[in-house]
Structure formats: C-alpha cells, structure tokens
Write a protein that binds this ligand. Structure first.
Ligand code: SF4
Length: 218
C-alpha cells in the first residue's frame, strides 16, 4: 500500500534502523569461500532453495576448485553433481560456460561491472546485484520474491515487475544502505512477512507498516 509517507526517505531509514536491530548480523544464506564460489552458488540457486545449493557445492568445489577446472569439467559429471538443484542441464551448462569466460576474459576473477556480470550465462540482474553488494560493497537492490513482497506491503513501491521495482527503489533507498536493506528485508520476508499468514502481531514494523493486519495484502 503505497502512501506519501511510505515513499519518504525518513520512513525508509526508520524501517532500515529497525531491521538492523532485528537482524544485527547478516550472513549469506549460501556457503562459499571466495568470489568464484559465490558466483557459481548464486547461479545454482535459481528456482531452488539455498539449502539444496549448499548440499551440492562442497562436492562441486572439491572436484572443481576454480574457473579453469570447472571450465574443463565433463557436462555429464556436472549434471550429476548439481542434479538436486533442479534445471540441472541448463545450470550445468551455465556454470561451465561462466567458468570458461571467467578464465578466458576476466583472468579468473569475478568482475564487479553490471554489464560484464550480466553477460555471463545464468547471471541476471538479481545475481549481479548479490555479487556487487556482497563481494564489492557496491549499492545493490536485490529484487527476489521475498524482497518484492515486503517492499510492496511496506508501501515502498507498487510495482510487481522486478526491473520496475529495482528502478523505483533505486530512487528511494539511499545507496549506502541498499545492500543492507535488501538482505534484511529478504530475511524479514522469510521470518515474519511471509506470503501466507504474515506474523503482523509479532512484527517489529507493525506500528508503522501500512499493510499491518490488512486483509488485502499484496
Ligand atoms: S506488519 Fe505485517 S505486512 Fe507489515 S511488514 Fe510486518 S509482517 Fe509484513
């Protein structure tokens, strides 16, 4: 429910402050040891749970510890390892090709530039923002299903298309807190502001949220 107040910088910063209090320490839901592993893990996380990715990546990175090794992997071997993450043929092809391009074009290093990132197979804007925010500390609006739902309920945006949500929120959320806000509202959408039966009664935003206890949640 978008209102004049919910589109104010003051309101956004108040929400962020409360999210910092509720979730003082944020860690990636994915397990990784370096930029290469984070990039591959995020590609694999499309349309599946982070848990299923964390179950396959130890074996994947044990056998293919860097871009060169992964680029030279046999597709059937990769498909077998990533099978339980779903869409395994496409994902195996994407991570192999991404590793190839990292090795050939980027000297084995994950780039920070949005255009270079989204040119990699399997990397969309959401993945690119995760990488930019997590690895490089750059401003990042990470629009996934949880973040989109919570920001609509808070009245930050009325958009549903991910790119429109991103564009809308770029002008509202200060860049210095955008990554922090993305991570914490994502978590908030998993903990309190769930798609079905959000826990408004216990939510630390329920005295300022325009959708609190509303029957018509977006
Ligand atoms: S008060 Fe309810 S609708 Fe608003 S953010 Fe909290 S859980 Fe979501």
């Amino acid at each position: 429910m978008k209102t004049e107040r919910s589109r104010s910088r003051e309101f956004v910063l108040e929400v962020h402050q409360r999210m910092l209090q509720e979730y003082p320490v944020m860690q990636s839901f994915l397990t990784y040891r370096n930029g290469f592993e984070l990039l591959i893990a995020v590609i694999l996380s499309a349309r599946t749970t982070d848990q299923s990715v964390n179950e396959v990546t130890p074996e994947l990175f044990r056998r293919y510890p860097g871009p060169d090794a992964l680029a030279n992997a046999e597709p059937p071997d990769l498909e077998k390892i990533v099978h339980r993450t779903g869409f395994y043929r496409a994902k195996a092809a994407n991570i192999k090709e991404t590793a190839q391009r990292l090795a050939d074009i980027h000297k084995g290093v994950v780039p920070s530039d949005m255009e270079l990132l989204t040119a990699l197979p399997g990397v969309g804007r959401k993945t690119a923002h995760v990488i930019r925010g997590t690895l490089f500390g750059l401003p990042s609006i990470i629009v996934d299903t949880h973040f989109g739902r919570v920001t609509r309920r808070l009245g930050f945006t009325g958009e549903t298309d991910p790119l429109k949500v991103e564009r809308d929120l770029e002008t509202l959320i200060p860049p210095e807190v955008s990554h922090s806000m993305s991570m914490r509202l994502n978590k908030h959408g998993r903990v309190y502001c769930t798609a079905r039966r959000p826990k408004c009664g216990d939510c630390p935003l329920n005295d300022i949220c325009p959708s609190a206890h509303s029957e018509s949640k977006v």
